[in-house]
Design a protein around this ligand. Structure first.
Ligand code: TRP
Length: 363
C-alpha cells in the first residue's frame, strides 16, 4: 500500500494566505518531499454547489481562480493530479452507497456542518445535498484510497466521518477501503490565521483577506491597516501580543533568516515581542518587517500566476487531463466497492452459473 494524498478546496473565491499557511504550502512541501506515491488535488465544485444552489456562475468562474492559485503556489501537474470533482461521476455513485452506512443523527452531530448551517441561516430548511456533504467528502477521499488528507483544522470532523464510513464498509462488506489520516499544521498561528481586522477568520464577505493574487501594493496597504493593539497608542506605550494580528502573522510566517536579513538588531521573534511588550517599539516598524516577509513569500507566487494567466487554455487542459486520470482511479475503486456489495451482476460469472444450475435442477 502506497502513501496517497487527496485534498481539495471549494471554488467559491480566490485563495488567501490563510489557505496558504493552513494547507496549500504544506501540499507543495509534501509534493516535493517525494514521499508520496500519488497526490490528488481536487476542486470541489459539486460540494460548492451544495450551498450555492443559486450561484452556479460563481462556482464556474472560480474554478480557474483556484487552479491558478494551485499552480502559482507550486503544485506541479507533473507530480500532482489536479481535477474537478463534478467530472468524476463515480464519486456521486459512491456517495449514494455510503449513505446507507451513516445515520441522520450522526450527520446532525457534525460540528462543522452545525456551524455552517448556522452561518448560512439554513436552520429552517437545510438542503439534503448540503446536509450530506460529509458523506460526499468521504467518497472524494476513499475513491483514491487516500492515506493522508492535508486540511485546515475545520475539516477534522469530515476526516473523522470518512474514517467511520471506511470502518463500517470494511466490516459489513469486505476490506476494500483505506482509512485516511488528517494532516494538519503544527503551528498554532497557521491553523487559524485571523483576518487583517483581527476577526477569527479570513472571509471574503468580511473583506479582511490577503489574497495570493493581491498586488504588492494591495498587500502593503492591507498590512499597514492591520489590526494591532488598540491600547498601544504612543510608541513608548507597552504593547500586547495576544490578539495582535501583526504578531500572529509573524508567528505564522517569520523565520530566523528573516531577522538576519531584515531586522538584524533582533535575535528573533521572541526578542521582538519582548521589546513590543516593554514599550518603545512602534507598529509601523513591525508592519514593515511583516510586509517584507510576505513579499518574499508572495512575489514568486504572483510571478508564476502571471505566467499561467497568459495561457488559460493550458490550465483548463491540465484540469481536463487530471480529471481523466482521476476518473480511472475512482472507477477502479467503484468496481471493487460494487463487487464487495454484491451489485456486480454482469461481471460475476459465478453468479450467472450458480443461478443457471439452480434452475436446471428445478426444471
Ligand atoms: N470541504 C473542503 C473545504 O471546504 C473541500 C473538500 C471537498 C475536501 N472534498 C474534500 C477537502 C476532500 C479534503 C478532502 O475546504
Amino acid at each position: 500500500m502506497g502513501k496517497i494524498i487527496l485534498t481539495g478546496d471549494r471554488p467559491t473565491g480566490r485563495l488567501h494566505i490563510g489557505h496558504y499557511v493552513g494547507s496549500l504550502k504544506w501540499r507543495v512541501e509534501l509534493q516535493n518531499s517525494g514521499e508520496y506515491d500519488k497526490i490528488y488535488i481536487m476542486i470541489a465544485d459539486a460540494q460548492a454547489l451544495t450551498d450555492n444552489i443559486e450561484n452556479p456562475e460563481k462556482v464556474r468562474q472560480n474554478i480557474i481562480e483556484v487552479a491558478l492559485d494551485y499552480l502559482s503556489c507550486g503544485l506541479d501537474p507533473e507530480k500532482s493530479t489536479m481535477f474537478i470533482q463534478s467530472q468524476i461521476p463515480e464519486l456521486t455513485e459512491l456517495t449514494f452507497y455510503y449513505m446507507d452506512l451513516v445515520t441522520v443523527a450522526r450527520l446532525q452531530r457534525n460540528p462543522t456542518v452545525k456551524s455552517e448551517i448556522q452561518m448560512r441561516n439554513f436552520e429552517a430548511s437545510i438542503p439534503v445535498g448540503f446536509f450530506t456533504y460529509p458523506i460526499s467528502q468521504a467518497s472524494d477521499i476513499t475513491a483514491f484510497k487516500a492515506t493522508t488528507v492535508p486540511v485546515g483544522e475545520d475539516q477534522l470532523p469530515m476526516i473523522e466521518q470518512a474514517r467511520e464510513i471506511v470502518r463500517k464498509f470494511n466490516s459489513v462488506y469486505e476490506e476494500v477501503l483505506v482509512e485516511p489520516e488528517a494532516f494538519i499544521s503544527q503551528n498554532e498561528a497557521c491553523l487559524r490565521l485571523p483576518g487583517t481586522d483581527g476577526k477569527a477568520k479570513m472571509s471574503k464577505s468580511l473583506g479582511n483577506c490577503i489574497y495570493l493574487a493581491d498586488t504588492a501594493e494591495e498587500v502593503k496597504k492591507k498590512v499597514m491597516n492591520m489590526y494591532t493593539d488598540p491600547t498601544h497608542i504612543q510608541v513608548s506605550d507597552p504593547g500586547h501580543i495576544e490578539g495582535n494580528t501583526v504578531f500572529t502573522y509573524l508567528d505564522a510566517f517569520s523565520r530566523p533568516d528573516h531577522f538576519e536579513k531584515y531586522l538584524p538588531d533582533y535575535a528573533g521573534l521572541d526578542e521582538l515581542k519582548e521589546h513590543y511588550q516593554r514599550g518603545g517599539l512602534g507598529d509601523v516598524k513591525v508592519k514593515k518587517f511583516l510586509i517584507r516577509i510576505l513579499e518574499e513569500e508572495l512575489e514568486p507566487i504572483r510571478k508564476r500566476r502571471k505566467e499561467y494567466e497568459a495561457d488559460i487554455p493550458r490550465v483548463y487542459e491540465i484540469l481536463k487531463k487530471g480529471s481523466e486520470a482521476a476518473k480511472e482511479v475512482a472507477a477502479q475503486t467503484l468496481t471493487e466497492v460494487k463487487a464487495a456489495m454484491k451489485i456486480n451482476y454482469f461481471d460475476d460469472m459465478e453468479l450467472i452459473k450458480e443461478q443457471a444450475e439452480k434452475y436446471k435442477k428445478e426444471s
